[in-house]
Write a protein that binds this ligand. Structure first.
Ligand code: AMP
Length: 187
């Protein structure tokens, strides 16, 4: 299976992504995790990405695409993968579509959460880039750049939306229900 997991920051993408990958034997590709690892390692890419991440802005597409391409070229990705936090804008989605060619994305799971729940969850999480000002900016960036992907994938008949409010287990059950259902175009 080749899955994209979409949703605002704080929707619980990382947690659900890990569980879905475990359950289905997929490679979990989180661009946020890859970028944080590059920052920790002090690589050139990490040094370049850092200021964008600290401000809650998107890291330039060229850097992110290089990371994604490197990971998807590894052999284990042939068995299926889940993209978590990527694509984040229409340009990234189009680059991905081109890279994958005929063997494109099969499922897009869109995790939906109200704004007040997003802010509450992010503040509770307390990651370094989860200060209130940065959270507000990440939400703005999500609406302006990432939310248009909902229409992008809807137009391809791939979008399935899941309510991301509730416990980890409740949300996981909903996601599993969607994935078990063969219909690609339902929402
Ligand atoms: P995340 O862990 O997905 O919330 O990502 C943390 C930060 O990494 C984001 O606020 C962005 O600065 C950066 N980032 C992660 N994924 C991407 C992406 N696909 N494109 C651009 N920036 C990204």
């Amino acid at each position: 299976m080749r899955i994209v997991l979409l949703g605002p920051p704080g929707a619980g993408k990382g947690t659900q992504a890990a569980r879905v990958c475990d359950a289905h034997g997929l490679v979990h590709l989180s661009t946020g995790d890859l970028l944080r690892a590059a920052v920790s390692a002090g690589s050139d890419l990490g040094r370049e990405a850092r200021a964008y991440m600290d401000a809650g802005n998107l890291v330039p597409d060229s850097l992110v695409l290089a990371l994604v391409r490197e990971r998807l070229n590894e052999q284990d990705a042939d068995g299926g993968f889940l993209l978590d936090g990527f694509p984040r804008n229409v340009a990234q989605a189009e680059a991905l579509d081109q890279d994958l060619g005929a063997e494109g994305i099969e499922r897009v799971v869109n995790m939906q959460l109200e704004d007040e729940d997003i802010v509450r969850r992010l503040l509770a999480r307390g990651r370094k880039d989860d200060t209130e000002a940065v959270i507000r900016n990440r939400l703005k960036v999500f609406r302006a750049e990432t939310a248009p992907l909902i229409a992008h994938y809807e137009a391809k008949g791939l979008l399935q939306t899941v309510d991301a409010e509730g416990s980890m287990d409740e949300v996981f059950d909903r996601v599993q229900g969607l994935l078990a259902n063969g219909a690609r175009a339902s929402s």
